[in-house]
Design a protein around this ligand. Structure first.
Ligand code: NDP
Length: 453
């Protein structure tokens, strides 16, 4: 079986050259699945793995727009419609200069398993652009979003593909994208999630990824008779996921001592409180500023500038009980993971997608710490997007408590599904294997049922 998996990976690398993030995501999943393929020869006969690594459809398109100086700018748009075996494609849009086809494919691939884990009927997709919203005026962002949607609108729909936000795509961008979709399609439908509350959005959707990640952490600890109370936590990032992970951690009595952005990280040994967090939200969401501005109000915190040449991320060198990487992919490498373990970390719970390199994952699994991969622990965001779709379809809005309690219930179910799959396939306590196997089984069986499509 190892030969089969190794040859599959060789093929994936040969057919998708220069896409290291996609190779990494596939490797992590198929490594966990060899034990499943062993027990289920029907999956191998139907070439389920070979079909899973091939997107159903990939769209790449030109996005021309005019900046405030009247200059023409050209970006590249993407939508990877990876797998629709269990529902319409669903997954976020990322606007960041680093976006390329390999990153889109890794995110779309991860999304297939994550969406399957949510218990809701959603296939997997992902999209975005190499457009950088940082430093752009609202008008520029609007013109870009309108141009982007002018092409994307013909490929999506409430029963086909329902995008959402991701890095660089928040409420402002979803608003502009939705407005242009509505205008072109001449219909008001739930074609995007993360919408404003007045026009089809769901309560708790903005909070859902961060809250869900912390609910997952609480489940992992509870299964061992532990709680978050008084635990020192490292959080990276300072965007949507990081802000709401920090908020829920504070609510549950944990102590958050770090946050970061792409320029650097801050370390506040006294810990954040709700006032400090409100100031962070003001800096990031209103001023659209940098995390170092935290020191203007709280000079006792320490700020460390990112060194692009460094072989490790100093944020992970602080001593703590739990770590919540909530910024971006591969922000914890093997060295960072080793530093966390050396400092006695109890648990690493991923809010971001694939924030840990393969070497880092090996370190965590080898050390036997409680390690939750993003496709399980950050699934609360897309799950609540699924709840937004359900509310849109029924034309009703659930109250905050109802959505929050459904989110908590879903995170509990995902945790249980990971534990059960890990037990069934002989690797108890391994959430990486558990998430990959549980996510895979549902999609693989649906693909078998639906024949060669
Ligand atoms: P935001 O754009 O709101 O925030 C991203 C944060 O990460 C910012 O602080 C940003 O800093 C930092 N960051 C981005 N790129 C880099 C980089 N290359 N190096 C260092 N820091 C970086 O995005 P989200 O919070 O929505 O997303 C964060 C992560 O969570 C991503 O991996 C995303 O895929 C994942 N995720 C998001 C979901 C959602 O619902 N939003 C759902 C599930 C997963 P800066 O301000 O400098 O750019």
């Amino acid at each position: 079986m190892q030969d089969y998996v190794a040859s599959l990976l060789t093929q994936v690398k040969a057919k998708n050259p220069a896409e290291p993030e996609f190779h990494q995501a596939v490797q992590e999943v198929v490594d966990s699945l060899s034990v499943v393929i062993d027990r289920h020869p029907e999956f191998r006969a139907a070439k389920i793995l070979e079909r899973l690594v091939e997107a159903e459809r990939i769209l790449i398109f030109r996005v021309p727009w005019q900046d405030d100086q009247g200059q023409v700018q050209v970006n590249r748009g993407f939508r990877v419609q990876m797998n629709s075996a269990i529902g319409p494609y669903k997954g976020g849009l990322r606007f960041h200069p680093s976006v390329n086809l390999g990153i889109m494919k890794f995110l779309a691939f991860e999304q297939v398993f994550k969406n399957s884990l949510t218990t809701l009927p959603m296939g997997g997709g992902k999209g975005g652009s190499d457009f950088d919203p940082k430093g752009k005026s609202d008008s520029e962002v609007m013109r870009f979003c309108q141009s982007f949607m002018s092409e994307l609108f013909r490929h999506i729909g409430p029963h086909t593909d329902v995008p959402a936000g991701d890095i660089g795509v928040g409420g402002r961008e979803i608003g502009f994208l939705f407005g242009q979709y509505k205008r072109l399609a001449n219909e008001f439908t739930g074609v995007l999630t993360g919408k404003g509350l007045a026009w089809g959005g769901s309560l708790i959707r903005p909070e859902a990824t961060g809250y869900g990640t912390v609910y997952f952490a609480a489940e992992m600890l509870a299964a061992r008779g532990l709680t978050l109370e008084g635990r020192v936590c490292l959080v990276s990032g300072s965007g949507n996921v990081a802000q709401f992970a920090a908020e829920k951690l504070l609510e549950l009595g944990a102590r958050v001592v770090t946050l970061s952005d792409s320029n650097g990280h801050l370390y506040d040994p006294a810990g954040l409180d709700q006032d400090k967090l409100a100031y962070v939200k003001q800096i990031k969401n209103v001023r659209r500023g940098r995390i170092r501005e935290y020191l203007e109000k709280y000079p006792e915190a320490l700020y460390t500038e990112t060194d692009p040449g460094a072989d490790h991320n100093p944020l992970w060198a602080h001593k703590a009980d739990l770590a919540f990487p909530c910024a971006t992919q591969n922000e914890i490498n093997g060295k960072d993971a080793a530093a966390l373990i050396r400092n006695g970390i109890l648990s690493v719970v991923e809010g971001a997608n694939m924030p840990t390199s393969l070497e880092g994952v090996e370190e965590f699994l080898g050390a036997g710490i409680l390690y939750a991969p993003g496709k399980a622990s950050n699934a609360g965001g897309v799950a609540t997007s699924g709840l937004e779709m359900a509310q849109n379809a029924m034309r009703i809005n659930w109250p905050r408590d109802e959505v929050d309690s459904r989110l908590r219930h879903i995170m509990k179910s995902i945790h249980q599904a990971c534990m059960d799959a890990a037990d069934t396939y002989g690797c108890p306590g391994n959430y990486v294997a558990g998430a990959n196997i549980a996510g895979f089984m549902k999609v693989a069986n649906a693909m078998l049922d639906q024949g060669l499509v």
